[in-house]
Design a protein around this ligand. Structure first.
Ligand SMILES: Cc1cc2nc3c(=O)[nH]c(=O)nc-3n(C[C@H](O)[C@H](O)[C@H](O)COP(=O)(O)O)c2cc1C
Length: 175
């Protein structure tokens, strides 16, 4: 199995490369995979979330045999995130994961930056109104929403690595 990813601002690429290094798997962008991998090859796919959609997953599924997929977003992982991802992306029983990536307002165009700022405005306002009463975590969250930042950490890959170790990856190795 190979790792295939799509990434606009680099956070998903970082996770894909960390996963490839940790599991000794080859890593390709979706574009590279298009000419370096045979159609139907078994892959694990990672893509950034945009309005709840895992970017590139559809295209990856059309060309490859996607055995598992991961959405990378800016929100902290919430309890229902996987259920919502499965519903929004119509993935059925496909093993799904979610990782918190980051937010890089200076690496996206005006329209996308303002789109995200619009969607997060009420949270930002709530945090701003707390003023001095913000907890350290809330302060970090507010700065993240305004200036951006990264939550990429190798240890976040644990659930995917455990799934791979349990044989959830390549065909024929399931326990
Ligand atoms: C237009 C747009 C829509 C987004 N929608 C979501 C979303 O629905 N959920 C989320 O958690 N993050 C969302 N994000 C944040 C990105 O998914 C996040 O920054 C991700 O880490 C980007 O990965 P990349 O650096 O690999 O492109 C959105 C970002 C943009 C620009």
């Amino acid at each position: 199995m190979d790792v295939v990813y799509c990434s606009h601002t680099g956070f998903t690429r970082e996770y894909a490369q960390l996963l490839g290094r940790a599991e000794k798997l080859r890593v390709f962008s979706l574009e590279e995979a298009g000419y370096q991998l045979e159609p139907g090859s078994e892959v694990f796919f990672l893509g950034p979330l945009m309005a709840g959609t895992i970017t590139g997953l559809r295209a990856a599924q059309k060309r490859f045999c996607v055995l598992g997929a991961c959405g990378v977003g800016m929100s902290p992982p919430a309890p229902q995130v996987l259920e919502t991802l499965a519903r929004r992306n119509g993935t059925g029983d496909l093993p799904l994961f979610y990782l918190q990536g980051g937010w890089a307002p200076d690496r996206v165009g005006w329209l996308r930056r303002h789109g995200v700022q619009w969607v997060t405005r009420s949270l930002r306002r709530q945090l701003e109104e707390k003023g001095e009463g913000r907890t350290p975590e809330e302060q970090i969250q507010l700065e993240f929403l305004i200036r951006g930042g990264s939550f990429v950490k190798p240890e976040n890959l644990r659930p995917i690595r455990d799934w791979l170790a349990a044989g959830g990856g390549p065909t024929g190795t399931a326990p």
